[in-house]
Design a protein. Sequence first.
Lengths: 932, 134
Amino acid sequence: MLVILAAFAVAGLLLVVLGRRLGPAAFLVAAIVPAISVVWTCAQLGAVSNGEVLSEHTSWVGGLGLSLDFRLDAMAATMTLIVSGIGVLTLVYASRYFTADTPDLGRLAGLLVLFAGAMVGVVQADHLLVLYTCWEITSVTSYLLIGNRYTDANARAAALQALLITGAGGLAMLGGFVLLGHSAGTYRLSELAAKVPTSGPTITIALVLVLLGAFTKSAQYPFHAWLPAAMAAPTPVSAYLHSAAMVKAGVYLVARLSPIFAGAAVWRPSVLAVGIVTMVVGGLRALRQQDLKLLLAFGTVSQLGFMMVLFGAGTPAMTTAGWILLVAHAMFKAALFMVVGILDRATGTRDLRYLPALDRRWRWVEVATVISVASMAGLPLALGFIAKEATYEALIDRPFAGSAFVAAVVVSGSMLTVAYAIRFWWGAFVAPRRRVKTHLTAVATPAPGLLFVGPALCLAAASIVLGVALALADRLGTAAVRSLDPSAAPVHLALWHGLSAPLALSAITVAGGLILAITDRSIQRVLLVGSTLPKGEAVYLSLLRAVGATSRRVTGIVQNGSLPIYSGVILATAAILPTATMLQKWHWPGWPSIGALDDAPIAAALVVSALGAASIRRRFSAALFLGATGYAMAGLFVVYGAPDLALTQVTVETLSTVVFVLVLRRLPDRFERQSSLQRRAVRLGIAGIVGVSVFVFAIVAAASRTATPVSEEMISRSVPDGHGRNVVNVILVDFRGLDTLGEITVLAAASIGAVALARVGHRAAAERGERDAPRPAVDHTASSSHTVVPRIVFVDVSVQVIFHVVLMASLWLLFAGHNQPGGGFVGGLLAGSAFALRYIAGGMAEVRRHARFRPWTVLGAGLLLAAAMAAFPIVRGGAVLDVASKSVTLPAFGTIAMSTAIVFDIGVYLTVVGVVLMAFEAFGDEREEVRA
Amino acid sequence: MTVLLAATAAALFAIGTYLVLQRKLSRIIIGIGLMTHGANVLLITSGRRGDAPIIGESNSLSDPLPQALALTAIVITFAVTTLLLALAYRSWLLTHDDEVEDDVGDRAVARGLPLAEDEENTLTTSSTSRDSAP
């Protein structure tokens, strides 16, 4: 089975890609795989009719319990035969329907094959999720097929409508499947019956969701509107997808689940109610149509409702009737669609008021029509008659509560079916001939060829042959019912039930239908009332508009485009949510000590400089206050016993100040706009919330520690494992080296981003022309013009001297850092500061001359070196960042353990130097001339 | 953790928040810088206080792990600040200001103005009447 499904997929995709050149012959090529599927299924018929089940199981994602399970029992075989058989006939028909100049025929043929494969997958799947997947593939291919004429806005809208409705239903169904599979402990359809509980709220919700999927797919009220709209598709597509195959998927699913869940409170009432309404309303709408194709479409809606009623009841007799109706409907409806297509092609219209009279050469078309119409109306000898008889037979026994009412509705619905069947035949063939007699406007319409009529004739013949030689169908039908419900007693089909109640009901049905057809004029007047009722299309459209308007309003509120509002919401949430959680399990640990006296000046410096940074209205001063906060932080690190941090903070703060100055010199000196009092109040409020929550969090969290800090172990293993005495550095380059690698990657990414942003800005500004070029905001910096900055000898000489000293110091920090305060980060930042000095002395040119390499070369080399060191131990068979070491005595540094960690630290060093150089590259002034 | 330092961290966060909620990029950057300082105070005070964590120099070492965390945080803040300054720089080159204005398209949606491409057209064309009067 998997092989055949794969063949469908491969053939479909190949045709989509390569089928362009074949023209209409692509459809004949496309028919090969469905034909193979028909032959294979027929070969299994003997075994399957005896109740045997073929199954295939292929594990897919074992850990998730996902497997590709397929099985072929009598029901699946019936559906496979319908899908593949009618697929073959439709494809043959399509090869004559489309002319060679139609564009994209290969795509159309390929999509039809893909659809056929997916549909076979739906009916053969034994795993709920596999079924769901195939189900959605049919929705998607249906979308593409309806929208085949993609230049036509109506076709696109119809395609979208079908996709939205069936897609929404499919999603609901997926939810139902997951609930079912979860509560049953299995996703296998064949095991579901034994394991699933049939009552309880979970199952009720699951069943409602699954039914939503089935109802939308099978175009049940109130989700039916997409099916008539889908008539925008080419007629072969309508004949196949929207009468024989896809719309049966929902019915098939209900048929599968009914025997299991018929007892559940929600199942039978909802399926029967929806089915009955659909059957009657669809029939009434069909009677009003002038377009033959729409008449058939509403007829299909009606018949699908009928099938829902039959399968949804869940009794063996009803299911048997449903099975026979399923087969009969596929045959007569596909044949009638084909006839409409032929008429449309030959005469250019399918409106039954304007169809021309057709001569004797069209008799085969009329034969196919009459037989199919007879089957649709349920006249004796045709398969449709058997279906109707079996239905009445099943309902007369009153198998469940309310079945008398159901019987009454089914009889009246069937009367409507008879009426619109007559309307179809009369409108297509009889009425035009009568018009000819009065108006003498006979048109010599060329008759269709054999391959064009053949498929419809085949289907019509099958309707009769199966109706008369009932034994052929009876065995498979009985087996199919038992495959759905193993406990069912066999219900045999019969052409002649004797002069019994069912026959009487059939007679009433036909008579009623005839009366309806004869009194057509007065009926139409009554039916006109129906056009004032709200229609499914209107509901769909207003729903769509409401969704659009709502999402717009929500977007307007949620995505309002204001950065302060975004940050405010994020910060307030980040403050309030954890605090609320904390309050739920409130435990105040008591106040900790007020604090050491040493800390007081530092804390004061921190807060005062922060307040200064926030309140001052000059940009430069604010940046300097931020720097002051940073230096105060360094003081805090010193008293806390963190020399590495203090060093890093001081160098970073120095460099940051330089970079701030480089950027801020371009911006206006002052913040101009004052915001309203109200806004400031909101800001203050959020700031207060954040502050309070941080304060409470800090105190509660600090007092809540119960475990020993992991750093105890790090301290004890630092020398033996990490070969370094500076624990902070050992953590960075060894214990948590992989984190460090990630962090320097972030550094590299951020600085590349900075350079890119600055350069894009340059280019955009340059494009606006010199006249409009931005003027320096503060004149005395004189930066972006060609002004020449005089070189100050004093600074120049000092830098010459200091530069190399600072570089040496940075190297010392790098190499000594493993055992004393220092390390790659601090070393790199210090080296960066050396280049900052060079910039101050002589601008970008001076930096470039002394850096020798381009900034990105340094950055990339550092990152590469660190990554290579991290990965190198893998080559030797160790883990990432395994450290090898050897003690070396160097003159300046004393005895140090030279481990591979130092190489990693060199990588960090280079990356950080690269980041600093990149910052100058981004903000340094290109055009700054330097005079010696 | 002491009340003094908890209050300091809270103050840094609150002042930083106040600045981040403004529209001038340079103020936002300074605000983020202050919040980072606050976070670093929290980090460093979460560990034990003591002498520098160099083995063999003392018996009461400070906790090295928060220091390692804070160290990388400091350096990353530098890179992030550079990136944000590049944003401000670019904004100035393009608009002569570093103010973050509201997104024009988003404001239009909020006010209910029609969008340039109104997709509703493609949805409503299907409303051609399927029921013709007899």
